[in-house]
Design a protein around this ligand. Sequence first.
Ligand SMILES: Nc1ncnc2c1ncn2[C@@H]1O[C@H](COP(=O)(O)OP(=O)(O)OP(=O)(O)O)[C@@H](O)[C@H]1O
Ligand SMILES: [Mg+2]
Length: 364
Amino acid sequence: MPIRQLKASGVRNLQPLDLDFHPGVNFIYGANGSGKTSVLEAINLMAAGKSFRTSRLQHVFSQESDRIEMLMAIEDETLGECELDSLRLKGGDHLLKQNGSVLTSQADASHWLPVQIIEPTTFKLLAGSPEERRQFIDWGVFHVEHAFMEHWKTFRKQLKQRNSVLKQKEDEWLAVWNKGFIESATAIDQHRRDYLKRFKPEFERILTQLDDSIDVTLAYYPGWEKDSALSDVLERQKERDMVLGYTQSGPHRAELRIKVDKQPAAEILSRGQQKTVVAALKIAQGSLFQQESGRRTIYLVDDLASELDEKHRFALCKLLEDLKCQVFITSIDKEKLNDIWQPAASKVFHVEQGKIREDEPGTD
Ligand SMILES: Nc1ncnc2c1ncn2[C@@H]1O[C@H](COP(=O)(O)OP(=O)(O)OP(=O)(O)O)[C@@H](O)[C@H]1O
Ligand SMILES: [Mg+2]
């Protein structure tokens, strides 16, 4: 069972909650504005240290509180049991603990919570900035390759240093910083390439199951000219980098190009088709993660009914069921949920004006 229990207070309109979840499917239903998405947002806050709805975390704090407190009990088949404890203050301070010991990095908590989100704006993964698709690839690499995080941290530091040398126009220091920069950039690039090689066939398999009429291709761009060595590119761009005061090329500019007939998929596919492709990307990523780590992905599926038509909804739920992973799925009414999915075992939660409670088994 991944998330066994969640206690939370201070999130949006939610009353303090203390819930025991099902290891499989958790249905959350309630009227518009009752707080369903906020429950998913709370889970994701622990998993990713951020909201999927806003880049400004202060909006997630309840208007009546300047602190968000959360406690999550996790039972992972491979990693074992763990309790994550988080206290966030509106001013920005954050104290994160694992089994009572302070964690210095969000990544340590994220490691326990391989969460994927499918919600009404996820189609933006196709149309949005390259950063979103970069983060998408890196989720897969991070959760499978533990060395990746260290390479990434080192690279961030080196990029910062290199940019500051460029700003100061300290030409003579550039060669010194280039060496480490290229080393960590190459390591990140290699991790991403290896990952995508394994990911592509899984994505194609899942997309065919969701909709075999959509034909998209995934092309990886490393962040610099494809057939050139990064060292040559940096040398060539030195003057311009110096004028701009930042590094134009490197893994911080990598991109996953998603295309239909050589055109960007976001320009060609219908909204529903885009949602299907994004769902396939996310299911494929979770599936590959499960195959490679032996652990299970946690899916947050918000407002599925508004996402896809009936045929695609069924196909998606079937895939989630096959993965046998923990799923949190919201809808405005209970019947709609039952129409979509009747898993063998599940828990149902009702949210009403910020109060969430578990339905007694057998209640309608
Ligand atoms: N910071 C906040 N403090 C208090 N209440 C808030 C805050 N931010 C949003 N709200 C309110 O919280 C409620 C819950 O929002 P949420 O998006 O979780 O609802 P929902 O059940 O997902 O609704 P829908 O079915 O429309 O998607 C809304 O009524 C919203 O106005
Ligand atoms: Mg909602």
